[in-house]
Design a protein around this ligand. Structure first.
Ligand code: ADE
Length: 315
Protein backbone atom coordinates (compact mmCIF):
# COMPACT_ATOMS: atom_id res chain seq x y z
CA UNK A 1 0.00 0.00 0.00
CA UNK A 2 1.68 3.19 -1.21
CA UNK A 3 -0.65 5.66 0.49
CA UNK A 4 0.56 7.43 3.63
CA UNK A 5 -0.82 6.57 7.04
CA UNK A 6 -2.60 9.93 7.08
CA UNK A 7 -4.32 9.20 3.76
CA UNK A 8 -5.30 5.74 4.98
CA UNK A 9 -6.83 7.12 8.16
CA UNK A 10 -8.67 9.79 6.14
CA UNK A 11 -10.16 7.22 3.75
CA UNK A 12 -11.20 4.96 6.61
CA UNK A 13 -12.83 7.97 8.29
CA UNK A 14 -14.78 8.90 5.15
CA UNK A 15 -16.07 5.32 4.96
CA UNK A 16 -17.18 5.30 8.61
CA UNK A 17 -18.85 8.70 8.41
CA UNK A 18 -21.06 7.38 5.63
CA UNK A 19 -21.99 4.24 7.55
CA UNK A 20 -22.39 5.47 11.13
CA UNK A 21 -25.59 7.38 12.05
CA UNK A 22 -24.96 11.04 12.98
CA UNK A 23 -26.08 10.60 16.63
CA UNK A 24 -23.17 8.20 17.16
CA UNK A 25 -20.54 10.45 15.57
CA UNK A 26 -17.72 12.07 17.54
CA UNK A 27 -17.08 9.64 20.38
CA UNK A 28 -14.50 11.18 22.74
CA UNK A 29 -13.68 7.87 24.41
CA UNK A 30 -12.52 4.71 22.63
CA UNK A 31 -12.24 1.28 24.25
CA UNK A 32 -10.26 -1.69 22.98
CA UNK A 33 -11.59 -5.02 24.25
CA UNK A 34 -8.95 -7.65 24.91
CA UNK A 35 -9.25 -11.42 24.53
CA UNK A 36 -12.34 -12.67 26.34
CA UNK A 37 -13.34 -9.11 27.29
CA UNK A 38 -15.81 -8.44 24.49
CA UNK A 39 -18.46 -8.24 27.23
CA UNK A 40 -17.45 -4.58 27.54
CA UNK A 41 -19.81 -4.10 24.61
CA UNK A 42 -22.65 -4.55 27.12
CA UNK A 43 -21.79 -1.12 28.56
CA UNK A 44 -23.41 0.26 25.42
CA UNK A 45 -27.18 0.69 25.01
CA UNK A 46 -28.80 -1.87 22.68
CA UNK A 47 -30.18 0.99 20.57
CA UNK A 48 -28.91 2.94 18.69
CA UNK A 49 -25.85 0.93 17.74
CA UNK A 50 -23.76 0.55 14.65
CA UNK A 51 -21.33 -2.29 14.04
CA UNK A 52 -18.69 -2.16 11.34
CA UNK A 53 -16.52 -5.25 10.71
CA UNK A 54 -12.86 -4.35 10.26
CA UNK A 55 -12.87 -6.24 6.97
CA UNK A 56 -15.21 -3.58 5.52
CA UNK A 57 -12.99 -0.63 6.45
CA UNK A 58 -10.47 0.56 3.85
CA UNK A 59 -6.81 -0.16 4.79
CA UNK A 60 -7.71 -2.26 7.87
CA UNK A 61 -5.83 -5.52 8.33
CA UNK A 62 -8.32 -8.38 8.94
CA UNK A 63 -8.28 -10.12 12.35
CA UNK A 64 -7.66 -13.85 12.06
CA UNK A 65 -7.67 -15.16 15.65
CA UNK A 66 -10.38 -17.44 16.96
CA UNK A 67 -12.23 -15.64 19.79
CA UNK A 68 -11.28 -12.19 18.48
CA UNK A 69 -14.25 -11.24 16.29
CA UNK A 70 -13.12 -7.97 14.79
CA UNK A 71 -15.48 -5.00 14.58
CA UNK A 72 -15.95 -1.40 15.57
CA UNK A 73 -19.01 -0.83 17.70
CA UNK A 74 -20.48 2.67 17.87
CA UNK A 75 -23.06 3.28 20.54
CA UNK A 76 -24.17 5.27 23.57
CA UNK A 77 -22.73 4.51 27.01
CA UNK A 78 -25.57 3.06 29.08
CA UNK A 79 -24.61 5.10 32.16
CA UNK A 80 -25.00 8.54 30.54
CA UNK A 81 -26.00 8.08 26.88
CA UNK A 82 -22.87 9.68 25.46
CA UNK A 83 -21.32 8.33 22.26
CA UNK A 84 -18.37 5.96 22.59
CA UNK A 85 -16.60 3.63 20.20
CA UNK A 86 -15.35 0.15 20.98
CA UNK A 87 -12.93 -2.08 19.17
CA UNK A 88 -14.37 -5.51 19.77
CA UNK A 89 -11.41 -7.71 18.99
CA UNK A 90 -8.10 -6.32 17.82
CA UNK A 91 -5.56 -7.11 15.19
CA UNK A 92 -2.29 -8.57 16.50
CA UNK A 93 1.22 -8.29 15.13
CA UNK A 94 1.64 -12.09 15.25
CA UNK A 95 -1.08 -12.46 12.62
CA UNK A 96 1.48 -11.34 10.08
CA UNK A 97 0.53 -7.70 9.52
CA UNK A 98 3.07 -4.93 9.75
CA UNK A 99 3.49 -3.22 13.11
CA UNK A 100 2.39 0.02 11.41
CA UNK A 101 -0.83 -1.42 9.97
CA UNK A 102 -2.07 -2.94 13.24
CA UNK A 103 -2.19 0.56 14.73
CA UNK A 104 -4.27 2.16 11.95
CA UNK A 105 -7.39 1.71 14.15
CA UNK A 106 -5.87 4.09 16.72
CA UNK A 107 -5.17 6.71 14.07
CA UNK A 108 -8.73 6.32 12.90
CA UNK A 109 -10.00 6.83 16.46
CA UNK A 110 -7.97 10.06 16.61
CA UNK A 111 -9.66 11.24 13.40
CA UNK A 112 -13.07 10.31 14.86
CA UNK A 113 -12.39 12.72 17.72
CA UNK A 114 -11.33 10.28 20.43
CA UNK A 115 -9.39 12.02 23.22
CA UNK A 116 -8.97 9.11 25.64
CA UNK A 117 -8.52 5.42 24.96
CA UNK A 118 -9.01 2.59 27.39
CA UNK A 119 -7.05 -0.43 26.30
CA UNK A 120 -7.75 -3.81 27.87
CA UNK A 121 -5.92 -7.07 27.38
CA UNK A 122 -5.37 -10.57 28.71
CA UNK A 123 -1.88 -11.05 30.04
CA UNK A 124 0.35 -13.57 31.73
CA UNK A 125 1.63 -12.70 35.18
CA UNK A 126 5.34 -12.56 35.96
CA UNK A 127 4.79 -11.11 39.41
CA UNK A 128 4.51 -13.85 42.07
CA UNK A 129 2.15 -11.61 44.05
CA UNK A 130 -0.50 -11.66 41.31
CA UNK A 131 -3.22 -14.32 40.96
CA UNK A 132 -5.22 -15.41 37.95
CA UNK A 133 -8.23 -13.11 37.73
CA UNK A 134 -6.46 -10.09 39.23
CA UNK A 135 -6.49 -6.80 37.35
CA UNK A 136 -3.41 -4.71 36.67
CA UNK A 137 -3.49 -1.02 35.79
CA UNK A 138 -0.47 -0.46 33.57
CA UNK A 139 1.86 2.32 34.63
CA UNK A 140 4.70 1.61 32.20
CA UNK A 141 5.80 -0.82 29.52
CA UNK A 142 8.78 -2.60 28.04
CA UNK A 143 8.67 -2.64 24.26
CA UNK A 144 11.18 -5.38 23.54
CA UNK A 145 10.42 -5.49 19.83
CA UNK A 146 10.52 -1.70 19.69
CA UNK A 147 13.93 -1.47 21.31
CA UNK A 148 15.13 -3.71 18.50
CA UNK A 149 13.54 -1.52 15.77
CA UNK A 150 10.13 -3.16 15.21
CA UNK A 151 8.24 0.01 16.01
CA UNK A 152 4.86 1.38 14.88
CA UNK A 153 6.30 4.88 14.35
CA UNK A 154 9.20 3.67 12.22
CA UNK A 155 9.20 5.26 8.76
CA UNK A 156 8.37 8.78 7.60
CA UNK A 157 6.81 10.66 10.50
CA UNK A 158 3.08 11.40 10.13
CA UNK A 159 3.52 15.06 11.12
CA UNK A 160 -0.23 15.69 11.17
CA UNK A 161 -0.49 13.15 14.02
CA UNK A 162 2.53 14.05 16.11
CA UNK A 163 6.18 14.73 16.53
CA UNK A 164 9.10 12.65 15.23
CA UNK A 165 10.50 11.82 18.69
CA UNK A 166 7.60 11.48 21.13
CA UNK A 167 8.24 11.04 24.86
CA UNK A 168 6.71 7.97 26.50
CA UNK A 169 7.87 8.54 30.07
CA UNK A 170 4.37 9.72 31.03
CA UNK A 171 2.40 7.49 28.65
CA UNK A 172 0.02 6.08 31.29
CA UNK A 173 -2.09 8.95 32.56
CA UNK A 174 -1.67 9.42 36.30
CA UNK A 175 -5.05 11.05 36.86
CA UNK A 176 -6.92 8.18 35.18
CA UNK A 177 -4.96 5.64 37.21
CA UNK A 178 -5.87 7.46 40.42
CA UNK A 179 -9.53 7.63 39.46
CA UNK A 180 -9.61 3.92 38.63
CA UNK A 181 -8.17 3.01 42.03
CA UNK A 182 -10.78 5.21 43.71
CA UNK A 183 -13.62 3.69 41.70
CA UNK A 184 -12.41 0.19 42.52
CA UNK A 185 -12.39 1.11 46.21
CA UNK A 186 -15.88 2.58 45.93
CA UNK A 187 -17.06 -0.75 44.53
CA UNK A 188 -15.86 -2.38 47.77
CA UNK A 189 -13.86 -4.85 45.75
CA UNK A 190 -10.81 -4.58 47.99
CA UNK A 191 -12.52 -6.46 50.78
CA UNK A 192 -15.47 -8.34 49.32
CA UNK A 193 -13.83 -10.04 46.40
CA UNK A 194 -10.67 -12.05 46.06
CA UNK A 195 -9.94 -10.21 42.82
CA UNK A 196 -7.31 -7.55 43.42
CA UNK A 197 -6.32 -4.43 41.50
CA UNK A 198 -2.58 -3.82 41.08
CA UNK A 199 -0.37 -1.43 39.15
CA UNK A 200 2.41 -2.82 37.06
CA UNK A 201 4.66 -2.88 34.02
CA UNK A 202 3.63 -4.67 30.81
CA UNK A 203 6.17 -6.37 28.58
CA UNK A 204 5.16 -6.60 24.91
CA UNK A 205 6.29 -9.74 23.11
CA UNK A 206 5.63 -10.62 19.46
CA UNK A 207 4.05 -14.04 20.06
CA UNK A 208 2.28 -16.19 19.01
CA UNK A 209 4.08 -18.76 21.15
CA UNK A 210 3.91 -18.17 24.88
CA UNK A 211 7.24 -17.48 26.58
CA UNK A 212 9.68 -20.11 27.68
CA UNK A 213 10.58 -20.24 31.37
CA UNK A 214 13.97 -18.70 30.67
CA UNK A 215 12.28 -15.86 28.73
CA UNK A 216 9.91 -15.30 31.64
CA UNK A 217 12.88 -14.93 33.98
CA UNK A 218 14.47 -12.38 31.65
CA UNK A 219 11.27 -10.33 31.51
CA UNK A 220 10.85 -10.51 35.27
CA UNK A 221 14.43 -9.43 35.89
CA UNK A 222 13.84 -6.50 33.50
CA UNK A 223 11.07 -5.32 35.80
CA UNK A 224 7.96 -6.56 34.00
CA UNK A 225 4.91 -7.63 36.01
CA UNK A 226 2.78 -8.91 33.13
CA UNK A 227 3.47 -10.08 29.59
CA UNK A 228 1.29 -9.99 26.51
CA UNK A 229 1.12 -9.77 22.74
CA UNK A 230 -0.79 -6.52 22.24
CA UNK A 231 -1.48 -3.05 23.63
CA UNK A 232 1.97 -1.46 23.46
CA UNK A 233 1.91 -0.61 19.72
CA UNK A 234 -1.55 0.93 20.19
CA UNK A 235 -0.42 2.95 23.17
CA UNK A 236 2.64 4.31 21.39
CA UNK A 237 0.56 5.47 18.43
CA UNK A 238 -2.05 6.95 20.77
CA UNK A 239 0.56 8.93 22.71
CA UNK A 240 2.17 10.09 19.46
CA UNK A 241 -1.10 11.85 18.57
CA UNK A 242 -1.69 12.98 22.14
CA UNK A 243 -4.56 10.64 23.01
CA UNK A 244 -4.76 10.06 26.76
CA UNK A 245 -4.23 6.42 27.71
CA UNK A 246 -5.59 4.10 30.37
CA UNK A 247 -4.60 0.44 30.11
CA UNK A 248 -5.84 -2.54 32.09
CA UNK A 249 -4.56 -6.12 32.03
CA UNK A 250 -6.52 -9.10 33.23
CA UNK A 251 -4.19 -11.78 34.57
CA UNK A 252 -5.20 -14.97 32.80
CA UNK A 253 -2.30 -17.20 33.72
CA UNK A 254 0.83 -17.29 35.84
CA UNK A 255 3.98 -17.58 33.80
CA UNK A 256 6.32 -20.33 34.93
CA UNK A 257 9.53 -18.92 36.32
CA UNK A 258 11.01 -22.14 37.70
CA UNK A 259 14.35 -23.14 36.28
CA UNK A 260 15.81 -26.56 35.59
CA UNK A 261 16.65 -29.16 38.26
CA UNK A 262 20.24 -27.94 38.55
CA UNK A 263 19.10 -25.51 41.18
CA UNK A 264 19.60 -22.18 39.46
CA UNK A 265 16.29 -20.90 40.81
CA UNK A 266 15.54 -20.60 44.53
CA UNK A 267 11.91 -21.61 43.91
CA UNK A 268 12.92 -25.24 43.48
CA UNK A 269 15.97 -25.56 45.68
CA UNK A 270 15.68 -28.73 47.63
CA UNK A 271 12.62 -29.91 45.72
CA UNK A 272 12.55 -32.91 43.45
CA UNK A 273 12.38 -32.76 39.68
CA UNK A 274 8.84 -34.08 40.00
CA UNK A 275 7.77 -30.94 41.84
CA UNK A 276 9.33 -28.88 39.10
CA UNK A 277 7.43 -30.74 36.39
CA UNK A 278 4.21 -30.27 38.32
CA UNK A 279 4.87 -26.54 38.54
CA UNK A 280 5.63 -26.38 34.84
CA UNK A 281 2.47 -28.29 33.95
CA UNK A 282 0.39 -26.05 36.19
CA UNK A 283 1.82 -22.89 34.66
CA UNK A 284 1.65 -23.95 31.04
CA UNK A 285 -0.25 -21.26 29.19
CA UNK A 286 -3.07 -22.07 26.82
CA UNK A 287 -5.56 -19.98 24.87
CA UNK A 288 -8.68 -21.65 26.38
CA UNK A 289 -7.53 -20.76 29.90
CA UNK A 290 -6.94 -17.17 28.76
CA UNK A 291 -10.48 -16.92 27.36
CA UNK A 292 -12.06 -18.55 30.46
CA UNK A 293 -10.36 -16.11 32.85
CA UNK A 294 -11.71 -13.30 30.69
CA UNK A 295 -15.27 -14.59 30.98
CA UNK A 296 -15.11 -14.82 34.78
CA UNK A 297 -13.64 -11.36 35.21
CA UNK A 298 -15.63 -9.68 32.48
CA UNK A 299 -18.36 -8.37 34.78
CA UNK A 300 -15.84 -6.68 37.10
CA UNK A 301 -13.81 -5.26 34.24
CA UNK A 302 -17.01 -4.02 32.63
CA UNK A 303 -18.14 -2.31 35.80
CA UNK A 304 -14.80 -0.62 36.47
CA UNK A 305 -14.32 0.50 32.88
CA UNK A 306 -17.95 1.66 32.61
CA UNK A 307 -17.60 3.84 35.71
CA UNK A 308 -14.28 5.22 34.52
CA UNK A 309 -15.74 6.17 31.14
CA UNK A 310 -18.69 7.86 32.79
CA UNK A 311 -16.28 9.74 35.01
CA UNK A 312 -14.19 10.85 32.03
CA UNK A 313 -17.25 11.97 30.08
CA UNK A 314 -18.61 14.02 32.96
CA UNK A 315 -15.44 16.06 33.58
N1 ADE B 1 -1.70 -13.50 26.99
C1 ADE B 1 -2.21 -14.18 28.01
N2 ADE B 1 -1.25 -14.83 28.66
C2 ADE B 1 -0.10 -14.55 28.04
C3 ADE B 1 1.24 -14.93 28.24
N3 ADE B 1 1.61 -15.74 29.22
N4 ADE B 1 2.17 -14.43 27.41
C4 ADE B 1 1.82 -13.63 26.43
N5 ADE B 1 0.58 -13.24 26.16
C5 ADE B 1 -0.38 -13.71 26.97
Amino acid sequence: DNTTLSQQAAEALTYLQKKVPAELHEPVVGITCGSGLSGLAESVLPEPRCEIPYTDIPHFPPSTVHGHAGKFLFGLLELNKKPIVLMVGRVHYYEGHSIQSITIPVRLMKRLGVETIIVTNAAGSLNPDYSVGDLVILNDHINLAGLAGIHPLRGPNADDFGTRFPALSDAYDLDLRRRAHQLWKSLGRGTKSTRRLHEGVYAFVGGPSYETRAECRILRSFGADVVGMSTVPEIIVARHCNIRVFALSLVTNNAVLEAGPRGDDIAIQGSSAQDLYKAIEKGKANHEEVLAAGQNAAADVQQLVGLLVRDILST
